[in-house]
Ligand binder design. Structure first.
Ligand SMILES: C[S@@+](CC[C@H](N)C(=O)[O-])C[C@H]1O[C@@H](n2cnc3c(N)ncnc32)[C@H](O)[C@@H]1O
Length: 302
């Protein structure tokens, strides 16, 4: 992205990121919608194939906008809908590889044991202490790390100094492991992200430090409450986000301090405000979904 472009928020479908030129993004950190999960948007997709089609379209767009050698990270997990388990990370990985990405790594994000968003499935075993009743409680998500071709490591980039990784923090917090212990965002009432399946800031914080330089552009095509964008700005990167659900506008503005006293250090060279574009493919998603379900029911009754 040319230097003079601002941080950008687009309300619209990320299948089309026409505002971004080819090769203009240096890192993607995102978590796609959790296919029809009860805690996310239960009726968003007609079926799993429709979800996978979205993932394929987005994979193509991410490939187009990413610079050569750069990284796309997906935070995701298997989703159980009406008893059936869907292998979301495995399918995203396959689709991304089919669209040209190399599979670089997988990190397990382990949440504290006490926290289980979905039901305690292991309770079945307690009720029936016999074989075949075992369903474990899930306390992890996967962070899939994909790469667009080979990266040419710079020798004298001026950003090398300012983007240096704090090795004390790296060692203390055990970033070097393929399992990261990070507390999740608790679904508490009154939280700024209430109703949004947000990830904790620590995840984009580590990924942005590990895979981008100061001044570069970080994209989240499924922005949600704008966690990735907030952290990117705090780390002196440029931030771009796409979000289809206009209901999130206020949350995003609040989280980024847009229209209020500036949240970010005004000394930072990157404290420029966001440009917000509202395209006509943005939706008030929950209202749109309720109407869609009603329409489907009335067609079924006829
Ligand atoms: C799991 S949430 C992301 C949460 C985010 N990581 C955060 O910390 O707040 C996924 C988001 O993708 C959005 N979304 C779903 N389909 C989309 C599409 N086609 N284009 C853009 N955003 C979409 C949903 O509205 C939802 O806010």
């Amino acid at each position: 992205m040319p230097q003079e472009l601002k941080n950008l928020i687009v309300f619209g479908d990320c299948r089309n990121m026409k505002e971004l030129p080819d090769g203009s993004v240096h890192l993607v950190v995102t978590s796609p919608p959790y296919f029809n999960a009860p805690f996310d948007y239960p009726d968003l997709f007609k079926d799993y194939d429709e979800f996978l089609e979205l993932m394929r379209d987005v994979a193509k767009e991410i490939y187009r906008v990413l610079a050569q050698g750069r990284i796309a990270c997906f935070v995701t997990q298997d989703v159980r809908v009406k008893g059936k388990l869907y292998p979301v990370p495995a399918d995203i990985l396959r689709i991304m590889m089919e669209e040209g990405f190399n599979y670089r790594d997988r990190i397990i994000w382990r949440k504290p044991e006490g926290y289980i968003r979905i039901s305690r499935r292991s309770g079945v075993q307690i009720q029936h202490p016999y074989p075949m009743y075992f369903y474990p409680d899930n306390i992890y998500e996967e962070i899939l790390i994909l790469q667009k071709g080979k990266y040419k490591y710079p020798r004298n980039k001026p950003e090398l100094q300012s983007s240096q990784i704090d090795m004390q923090e790296f060692n203390r917090e055990k970033w070097y492991l393929s399992v990261w212990d990070i507390t999740n965002v608790l679904p508490l009432k009154g939280r700024i992200e209430e109703g949004i399946a947000a990830f904790p800031e620590e995840i984009p914080y580590r990924l942005i430090k590990l895979f981008s330089y100061v001044g570069e552009t970080v994209l989240d095509p499924f922005m949600g409450s704008a966690t990735t964008l907030k952290v990117a700005i705090e780390l002196q990167r440029k931030a771009v986000g796409y979000e289809i659900d206009l209901e999130h506008l206020d949350v995003v503005k609040r989280k980024l301090g847009i229209g209020q006293t500036r949240l970010f250090n005004s000394d930072s060279s990157n404290s420029s405000p966001f440009e917000i574009i509202i395209r006509n493919d943005a939706k008030h998603l929950r209202t749109w979904l309720q109407e869609k379900v009603k329409r489907q029911r009335s067609v079924a009754q006829k």
